[in-house]
Each structure stands twice: as structure tokens, then as C-alpha cells.
Design a binder for this molecule. Structure first.
Ligand code: LLP
Length: 424
């Protein structure tokens, strides 16, 4: 068996495949690997901008970038400059976004277990929205909100929909740690409670049915449940959450953000939802996944009787998704991008675990050898953001490329950084 060259639709939008290199944003990836070292995350800024603008155009004002998918100051600014709010789920994410200079009016605060500090900061900052997730949170808000202070909220509900995706990233079903159940009556009770809290403005409801969803039928079902549940509430916003999937491997096909938005508009019309209701969303993966690509250097090629292992200088510390969810990726050799990938290999990292696999069944040209730079495309979402220092491996650097120029937005961690927390 053999596999053709990597299909170009898995590469970042501006990628150009050359004979012995690939350019993104007009910049040579091999040159970037030489300049910044590997492993290296490279983001196509034009692709990020295009997707933020598509989201801003497809939904109403208030549509937010889910920062958990990939966050740094540069990304936060890019999202806001291109029309989006930013969804943060912890004080840490909130802090990065504020330090990036994002106005609190553009920040949406999430979390199923917000601390008193997180709620207090959201109130003091007068953030765009706080998404309320539990009865205990309502009690805390009542205790924290002082007379004269205000808080703009949505309430998160579980619409009882089982999205067709991995169970770890499925969130719309009844048995969930997130939100209030509509079916049990909790969501209605929470709305009644919140309406009685002075200073709280409840704009509407929020739901998030899961992540990496290809089939937009789930979003239609979700809207149907939300519309039906809120038909007598005269709310001014319905947020459908994030979750739009992306193609990671050859053969997969996902709707674009614009196609998703168009389908949501159709559902809104068909369900007779008031035109004045803001329809918002919180895409993360669909904005950053395909714009990002990771470069690694091959350090070992081990040929066994049953398979060939190709070990690279990163692994589960920069991309834990294959280990966590069994996620599939493609790989290709940057100096041989046009060649058929005629050797099946298992791409592994440098961590002390057999489970440290990046691509279980990868195809590379048989010429790929020690010292070559290989790349895994579609690694812009939940890679860097879930990266760890397992085995005391420093986190990679992150570079943005555009118009023939590159800029380092996150430097590589140093060995110094790794001991920074030690107090003795
Ligand atoms: N809104 C809420 C409330 C969420 O919980 C999430 C993701 C999003 C929006 C953005 O979802 P997206 O558009 O990125 O699918 N680590 C997992 C994904 C976890 C998603 C958590 N919540 C992965 O690597 O697949």
C-alpha cells in the first residue's frame, strides 16, 4: 500500500507546496525550523483572520472565539480586531486576554465552577456576558453583587442532545457537569431565580452540545430545543456554543464556518425565532485548527519486523490529543512534500511512555530519515493550549506568518523556565 502526497486541503490556506519545501504566508517552513528550532507551531495569520471574519459575518455581534482552543496575546488581539468577542473559562484565560489589551466589553466568562474571585472580577470588569452554570453560582452572585452593580448574563442549559462525537467532548446530554437541565425543570427554576436578583440582566440562554461535530443536524436540533424552551421569555440572545468540526485526515470533510452560519440562519427562520434575537456562537477549533501546523525533527528511525517507528523531538507534551481521544493526524516530509508517501510508520514522541504516539498510522516517503523535518498539519487547536511539561520538556515556540514575514508570538520555554517555580 502507499499514500499520495498530503492533500492540500489539510494545509493552512496560504500554503504553497514547492519541490523541496512548503511555504505558508510566503515563508519557508524549513527556514522557520532553522531559525526558531523545533518543535515549532506555525500559524497562518491570513487563515486565522479569514475565519474570525467569517464567524463575525455569519453570526450576530457577541459571537466569541473560544480561547481554550489556542490562546496568547497575539491571538486574542487578532480575534477582537476581526470582530469577535473572546470566551474565557478561567481566571488564567481572562488574565491573558486582559493583558493583551482586550476590552472587558468583549469578554464572555464561562466556567462550571467559577471561583469567588472569578465572579468578582467579572462583575468589577463589567464583562460582556457571564454564562451561569449552576444554582451554587447564582447564590455566589447574590452574595457578591453589591447594590448598584450590574451583571449581563446568559444561562447555560443542557438541551438533552447527544452530539455525534467523542464522549469526552460531548456536553449537550442530560448527564453532564455543565449547565441546567431543561427536562428536569432546573433551567426554568434558575431563570425564575435570576430574574429576581437585582442588578442581573438575563439576556438569554446558552448551550454547547460538544466539539468536533461534522453533522450540522445537531445544531438544528439544539436551536429547536432552545427556541421552544424560550418561546415565552422574550430573551434577546440565543448562543449555540462552539463545536464545529474540522477535517484532520484525508477523506474527512467539514462544513466551513460560513456554511455553518448559513445553516443556523435557515434553522432560525424555519423555527420562526424573532429576527431581533441575537444568534451567537463560540467557535474555537474551526478558527484555529487548520491555520496551525507543527514542525518536528526526526531523531530516530527504528525498523522492527512488525512496523517502523519514527521518533520526533516532541510528542504528547505538545499534542496530547492522540493519547487522550485517539485523534488521527496526517504527517508529511517538508523536504519531500510532492512525493508519494510510500512507507507506513508510527510517529512517536520522546516521552517515557509507549502511549506517546503522535500519528499511529502515518505515511511518509521511504526516503525520510534522521535529521529531516516533518510536519503534522491541522494542529492549531488544543495542541499548544493543552501542552504540558511532562518529562520536563519545554513547550515549543509559536510563530505567526503573513505576507512573507514571520513573527515569534510565544518564545520557546527554556530550562530556566522549568525551574522558575521552585522555592528552594
Ligand atoms: N464553548 C464552550 C462552552 C466550550 O466548552 C467549548 C469547548 C467551545 C465553546 C469551543 O468548542 P470548539 O468550537 O473548539 O469545538 N480538548 C478537546 C476539545 C474540548 C472542547 C471543550 N469545550 C479536543 O482537543 O478535542
Amino acid at each position: 500500500m502507499t499514500s499520495g502526497p498530503l492533500p492540500s486541503y489539510l494545509l493552512p490556506d496560504t500554503a504553497e507546496v514547492l519541490d523541496a519545501d512548503v511555504e505558508v504566508g510566503g515563508v519557508s517552513l524549513l527556514e522557520l525550523a532553522r531559525t526558531f528550532g523545533t518543535p515549532l507551531f506555525v500559524y497562518d495569520e491570513v487563515a486565522l483572520i479569514e475565519r474570525c471574519q467569517a464567524a463575525a459575518k455569519s453570526f450576530d455581534d457577541g459571537v466569541a472565539f473560544a480561547s481554550k482552543s489556542f490562546l496568547c496575546g497575539a491571538m486574542a488581539r487578532l480575534a477582537v480586531e476581526n470582530g469577535l468577542c473572546i470566551d474565557v473559562a478561567t481566571e488564567g484565560e481572562l488574565d491573558v486576554v486582559l493583558r493583551a489589551g482586550v476590552s472587558p466589553e468583549r469578554i464572555v466568562v464561562h466556567g462550571n465552577n467559577k471561583s469567588v474571585t472569578e465572579i468578582t472580577r467579572a462583575i468589577d470588569l463589567r464583562v460582556h456576558r457571564l454564562i451561569i452554570d449552576s444554582f451554587d453560582e447564582i447564590v455566589k452572585i447574590q452574595q457578591i453583587l453589591k447594590p448598584g452593580e450590574t451583571l449581563s448574563c446568559l444561562i447555560r442549559v443542557t438541551p438533552g442532545i447527544e452530539a455525534h462525537t467523542h464522549e469526552f467532548v460531548r456536553t449537550g446530554q442530560e448527564d453532564s457537569k455543565f449547565g441546567f437541565s431543561i427536562a428536569s425543570g432546573d433551567a426554568r427554576r434558575a431563570i425564575d431565580l435570576l430574574r429576581a436578583v437585582p442588578g442581573v440582566t438575563l439576556h438569554g440562554v446558552h448551550a454547547h452540545i460538544g466539539s468536533q461535530i461534522f453533522d450540522t443536524v445537531g445544531f438544528d436540533e439544539e436551536l429547536q430545543v432552545l427556541a421552544n424552551f424560550t418561546k415565552d421569555d422574550s430573551f434577546d440572545e440565543l448562543c449555540i456554543g462552539g463545536g464545529l468540526g474540522v477535517a484532520y485526515v484525508e477523506g474527512e470533510k467539514a462544513p466551513s464556518i460560513s456554511e455553518w452560519g448559513a445553516m443556523v440562519r435557515q434553522s432560525v427562520q424555519r423555527l420562526g425565532i424573532d429576527q431581533k434575537t441575537r444568534i451567537t456562537a463560540e467557535p474555537g477549533r474551526a478558527i484555529v485548527a487548520q491555520a496551525g501546523i507543527t514542525l518536528y525533527e526526526v531523531g530516530v528511525v527504528k525498523e522492527l519486523t512488525m512496523r517502523t517507528y519514527v521518533a520526533v523531538n516532541g510528542g504528547m507534551s505538545d499534542n496530547p490529543r492522540p493519547v487522550l481521544y485517539g485523534s488521527g493526524y496526517e504527517a508529511f516530509d517538508l523536504s519531500r512534500p510532492g512525493l508519494a508517501r510510500d512507507r507506513e510508520v508510527r510517529i512517536v514522541g520522546k516521552h517515557c511512555e509507549s502511549g506517546d504516539v503522535l500519528v499511529d498510522q502515518a505515511w511518509l516517503p521511504s526516503a525520510t530519515t534522521v535529521g529531516d523535518i516533518i510536519a503534522t498539519p491541522v494542529t492549531g487547536a488544543y495542541g499548544y493550549s493543552m501542552a504540558s511539561n511532562y518529562n520536563r520538556v519545554p513547550r515549543p515556540a509559536v510563530v505567526f506568518v503573513k505576507d512573507g514575514k514571520s513573527r515569534l508570538v510565544l518564545r520557546r520555554e527554556t530550562l530556566e523556565d522549568l525551574v522558575n517555580l521552585e522555592v528552594e
